[in-house]
Design a binder for this molecule. Structure first.
Ligand code: PLP
Length: 494
């Protein structure tokens, strides 16, 4: 399997792609072709557990890894780290509507599915292509990636990790999860700005020649744990394959039957992984792309114009408060039949004017597979209430956005194909928004009292890793201007 960049022809194997994260000219790495999962393999996957399924899917992409290496990575990532035996269960809430629960990992968000595995993929890759170097992982987070990456990389040999988050753009629980992180190789820093500022800052540092040299002199190299790194995407393909196989196993569809996928979307990584699963032969009919009030993707899917010149809103689903969805670049590359010059042109336009427009032909392709919709905070809250009242299912704010947009889709199209809705976080990560949706009384005034109340009112269990935060010491208190990110990194690296 070879990989190229969305903006310039390249020829790399997976280890290089995973270590480097972003291509030198600023493009994203993409596979040159999509391997097909045979009918025979589907039959085998049905009887396998998640780890075995992961091995079979990863093998297609990590062709420069040995079987034993992949097995070790998968074993390390998914053994004893998730609350459930199966990390990604499919739960039916009503006929035809299934929830793929992706948040049973150590940090209670779907990011764990990839970020428990990425440190293993990265250290194995570094042994192959960056001998002896320390990998410095730079992360920009809208809340969940930060903690998931910290948990994955803490005290991993030959790595250092630095996380930047928007000072006022994450939930109190998300903030506490990050600022209490222990480990001798970790650093966490708030920035005065929003997620896009953090992400742009990190991307610029990646491309900065002086910083590269600074690191090279220390025998270090930057890498990324954001979904711009293909190593983040490949573990996500696995759970869409796994959900298909589970639908068959549970008798909800027959082999070969199509199903729809709904994804609460921010940086477009999760939904892109579903698209990649389809390229491998998984019969997904529609991709339903759900946004909150930051509905740039809804507009894009409906009009073919991506325009980031708009207000940015802070919402109750903060992990989707994003105006520049990085992974959309990968989808465009595929829809434009691998025309890197065209992608370079569109991305330059985005950078200089904040806008680009796709051709009518590509727009038609996009709309044939993707439906875009959004809802605001009030609708999100109402959806949490309805899901709990009608189906006794407690969901978080991000998942509620997905459910709401799915309902809109069904209303509009009458399409009742069996559907999988990606559930991306535990409701306990967003108690201050979830509790008022299911409880009419007076709200407690602290985060942990709200967590306890939520458990009392709904009869659901508080995830252990969140309960434990109550007694942890805040270790990371720095907040810097966005121009100061580089200096912060230099100080940390010494
Ligand atoms: C990161 C995140 C999202 C958005 O996922 P993308 O891959 O960035 O589109 C949605 N929900 C939650 C809870 C998240 O943490």
């Amino acid at each position: 399997m070879e990989f190229t960049s969305t903006r310039k022809k390249q020829n790399f194997e997976s280890a290089k792609v995973i270590c480097q994260g972003l291509s030198d000219e600023g493009g994203l790495f993409v596979p040159k072709c999509f391997p097909k999962i045979s009918d025979e393999l589907i039959d085998k996957l049905i009887d396998m557990d998640y780890k075995q399924r992961a091995f079979e899917v990863l093998k297609f992409y990590l062709t420069d890894f040995t079987d034993d290496e992949i097995k070790n990575c998968v074993k390390g990532a998914y053994t004893g780290t998730f609350e459930n035996e199966e990390p990604a269960p499919v739960v039916e809430v009503k006929k035809g509507e299934n929830i793929l629960e992706l948040w049973h990992g150590p940090t209670c968000a779907f990011k764990d599915m990839a970020l428990q595995l990425l440190p293993y993929l990265l250290t194995t890759s570094a042994k192959k292509v960056a001998k002896g170097k320390t990998m410095v992982i730079l992360v920009a987070t809208s809340g969940d990636t930060g903690k998931a990456a910290l948990d994955g990389f803490a005290d991993v040999e030959n790595t250092k990790i630095i996380v930047f988050y928007p000072q006022d753009g994450v939930s109190p629980m998300q903030k506490l999860q990050m600022t209490t992180q222990t480990g001798n190789n970790v650093s966490v820093c708030a920035i005065k700005g929003n997620f896009d500022d953090a992400q742009t800052g990190v991307k610029n540092i990646f491309g900065d020649e002086e910083m590269k040299k600074y690191l090279a002199d220390k025998n270090m190299e930057f890498s990324s744990a954001n979904s711009i790194n293909f190593g983040r995407l490949v573990p996500q393909i696995v759970y869409y394959v796994s959900s298909y196989v589970d639908l068959i196993k549970q008798g909800k569809i027959n082999k070969g039957d199509k199903f729809n996928v709904v994804v609460p979307t921010g940086n477009f990584g999760n939904i892109l992984a579903a698209y990649y699963a389809k390229q491998m032969g998984i019969p997904i009919a529609k991709f339903i792309c759900a946004s909150n009030k930051n509905n740039i993707l809804t507009d894009f899917i409906n009009t073919g114009v991506y325009d980031r010149n708009r207000d940015f809103y802070t919402t109750t689903s903060p992990s989707m408060d994003i105006l520049i969805s990085s992974n959309l670049e990968r989808l465009l590359y595929h829809l434009y039949d691998e025309d890197e010059a065209k992608i370079e042109e569109l991305m330059t336009s985005l950078k200089t004017s904040g806008v680009y427009k796709i051709s009518d032909e590509v727009k038609a392709k996009l709309q044939s597979e993707f439906f875009g919709g959004f809802c605001d905070d009030a609708a999100t809250k109402a959806t949490i209430a309805k899901m709990f009242k009608e189906y006794n299912y407690l969901c978080d704010t991000h998942t509620a956005v997905a459910v709401n947009v799915y309902d809109q889709y069904v209303e509009k199209t009458g399409d009742n194909t069996v559907t999988v809705i990606a559930s991306t976080a535990s409701p306990y990560k967003f108690s201050a928004s979830v509790l008022p949706a299911v409880f009419d009384g007076e709200l407690p005034n602290s985060e942990f009292l709200m967590v306890e109340k939520l458990s009392e009112v709904t009869g659901t269990k508080i995830p252990k890793s969140l309960a434990e935060l109550k007694t942890k010491e805040v270790l990371h208190k720095t907040c810097v201007e966005k121009q100061e990110m580089e200096n912060f990194i230099k100080e940390f690296l010494g």
